[in-house]
Design a protein around this ligand. Sequence first.
Ligand code: ZN
Ligand code: CU
Length: 489
Amino acid sequence: MARYDLVLRGGTVFDGGGAAGVTADLAIDGDRIAAIGRLAQGSGAAEIDVAGLAVAPGFIDVHTHDDRALLSQPEMAPKASQGVTTVIVGNCGISLAPMVPAGPLPPPLDLIGSAEYRYRRFADYLAALDAAPAAVNAAALVGHSTLRAGAMDRLDRPASERETEAMRERLADALEAGAIGLSSGLWYAPANAAPKAELVELARELHKAGALYTTHMRDEGDHVLESLDESFAVGREASVPVVISHHKVLGAENFGRTAETLPKIKAAMAQQPIGLDAYPYVASSTVLRAENIPRAIKILVTWSKPHPEASGRELAAVARDWGVSAEAAAERLQPAGAIYFMMSEADVRRVLAFEHTMIGSDGLPHDRHPHPRLWGTFPRVLGHYCREEKLFPLEEAVRRMTGLPAERFGLAGRGRLRPGAYADVTVFDPAAIIDRASFAEPTRPAAGIPLVLVNGQAVWRDGAATGTRPGRALRRQEMKREARSQGAA
Ligand code: ZN
Ligand code: CU
């Protein structure tokens, strides 16, 4: 007699907390894990033999720009194919809500949409996710640049007291609706003129709600240490947890300096709650900006509105064809996006190897020729950096993408495999998992991930999306309730 909806039989189960894998059956009932252990044959209405495969909590992509993709590409193939079952959206200061723009939006807000900024209140965006669910779960941050664009007539100055108050009210309203925190993108023009005090003022609202602050720092190059200090200060002054987004050091003259930043982060962690995430590549990607040209070893164009044919080409080659300088070519391509090779492999490894680093893809789902991190991040960490390069054991790699981020972002009931938890489960072959997306062919799905379940339902199976869309919009208050009931159980 079947007791469970589904039993995954005989896999190596990783709990997501860092414990080594154990051979066990895993039973699912509805949207929850019902049991883990040796379960009688036939106890599942459906049973899948997963012997020899790893059974892990679904991966949590803590750094995404999937705000619109959840609605426009709801199968979320770039993520589901990697074993990702939950995405955090609204990073780098950019969120689709709450704002309805009066005119064209400045970069980088256009990375995730233009006409799609149609949610005056944050609750409207979450309701849109409820009404048209995606294949994966999503928890959402409010973007500081989005708040600025909605409250200020020009963005090249600090916000006035009245404008700050307007932003604070919208942030409070968003937190009330279920947002999990605030993100900033201080390196970008729309937020660069914001002083630390503006962020502290907004972060106080986060403190009241028990939400967190994530930041794409003002400077990831020469002044990276000062930027870390600024980020920590916002957290300290407002008493909120901080997450340093896509931690790296940029520019050849700064290569090796993660040997300074990581001990600094570690020291600060002893004083206040701090987290960080990273993606496993030596190239970054964002809007095309002329000021990056001298520092980058190589630049690839990812999209260009006036010159879509330049997508995927080297900026230098485009400039040569046109008989102009790289700066002039960048100007002609605007608005546009780019991939910048401006990190060292040694730094990428050092950040990935740091025990507190979570994994976040920072993928840009609307780019015509995207950075391969969009499709490759998680299998690259597991296949390349864990199996081939032996940067850390498999159970530790799994923890960085499951239990650790669930804890930092307050995703109660997810990120761990245990009875009562939501059945977000990724089944992969530790001997075969690998990213296949490259800079030349950036949209090739990964290999070695036969099955991905979200809330108990298969969203990716044997190399293809199933079309099922069981993802949920995760709201802060519901997760706090879940955490309390878990604590009581
Ligand atoms: Zn960023
Ligand atoms: Cu980002």
